[in-house]
Design a protein around this ligand. Structure first.
Ligand code: FE
Length: 340
């Protein structure tokens, strides 16, 4: 039987091209994930290659189609994960290990993506001008007592749309719109910049509270100039009034629809959900491990305890179009303090 031998040999020859690697398209800086990749290779012998893809990750995968070398995408924010799924560039992964490690709220019900770390969208409050416990809910942000005291980034940014989508999920469309108008009426200045700019504004005395993601506290502390801004504020975890939870979003992983070797991709995804990998990853990005089996770093834990919203992120993401229309209707980014 010569033929089967030949077939085997041909298969063996073909393997090195796809056999021992995992190619990753990452929205995250490669240096942030390198320690993880090294640990994965040490454990499995599978090598990794990372292409940093800042914008247009979905478009790139679509253009490459079935010829794409990518096995895995690593990205941040529920909107980018759901966009990838909707664009058809991901595939389902059915893994007991992943399902067991990642809470249901932080993964796609069909297995198209899995959250790896979570970040809460919280309030940065001036240590000097805001008392502890003075603001406890997201709904409070619309209270006239904060008139002229709030700074935030653009209403059309995915982080703001995520929070507003969560407000719609919790309180309904009408209440969410009233709330958004109330927050706008309280703005000290038109929304601008990223999540750090409003903290700088608090430091400069232009406002007293801002909305931001938790990890920016860690990121600002790393920078000599920004550390001053960070040290002028305290993190307060607001909750939704109806159930006392805080809004969280995720960074996550998905397998591409065209992954050349499914087994390697699954191995990599399962590795990322392991307690050790979770702890390493969450610590370098100042986020919370998605897996309850892993602990947040000391710095991140020092910001305080909170109850993350357990509403599935897919349900929250389903309100994104409504949220964007609402931001535009209210003209959230223009005429600060006017109430829309
Ligand atoms: Fe960010």
């Amino acid at each position: 039987m010569r033929l089967p031998v030949f077939v085997l040999a041909a298969t063996a020859l073909a393997l090195p091209a796809y056999g021992d690697e995992v190619n990753i398209y990452s929205y995250r800086q490669p240096e942030l994930i390198q320690p993880l990749l090294d640990a994965f290779t040490a454990e499995t012998g599978i090598t990794t290659n990372v292409a940093y893809v800042d914008k247009g990750l979905v478009e790139r995968l679509k253009a490459e189609g079935r010829r794409s070398p990518a096995y895995i995408i690593l990205t941040v924010d529920i909107s980018r994960l759901t966009d990838a799924k909707e664009a058809g560039v991901t595939q389902t992964v059915d893994s007991e290990i992943l399902d067991g490690a990642i809470p249901a709220a932080l993964r796609d019900p069909e297995g198209h993506w899995f959250g790896l770390t979570s970040r809460a969208r919280i309030i940065y409050a001036s240590k000097d001008r805001v008392g502890e416990g003075e603001i406890t809910t997201y709904e409070d942000l619309a209270d006239p007592k904060w008139a002229g005291r709030i700074c935030t980034r653009s209403g059309t940014h995915v982080y703001t749309l995520g929070l507003l989508s969560a407000a719609i999920e919790h309180n309904g469309l009408e209440a969410a719109e009233g709330w958004l108008k109330g927050v706008k009426a309280n703005l000290a200045k038109d929304p601008e910049g990223n999540d750090r700019a409003p903290v700088k504004s608090i430091w400069a005395g232009e406002c007293d509270i801002s909305l931001g993601n938790t990890y920016y506290m860690g990121a600002m502390l790393e920078d000599a100039e920004q550390a001053e801004w960070a040290n002028s504020v305290r993190i307060e975890f607001p909750t939704f009034a109806d159930n006392g939870t805080s809004h969280v979003n995720v960074s996550g992983v998905a397998m591409t629809a065209s992954a050349p070797n499914r087994d390697n991709a699954v191995s990599f995804m399962e590795f990322l959900s392991s307690p050790d990998a979770q702890a390493i990853y969450a610590s370098v990005v100042y986020e919370y491990p998605a897996s309850p089996a892993a602990k947040a770093s000391e710095l991140v834990a020092s910001w305080g305890d909170f109850t993350p919203d357990d509403t599935n992120l897919t349900a929250i993401a389903s309100h994104r179009a409504q949220a964007l229309q609402m931001v535009e209707r209210v003209d959230f980014d223009g005429g600060a303090g006017s109430g829309g």
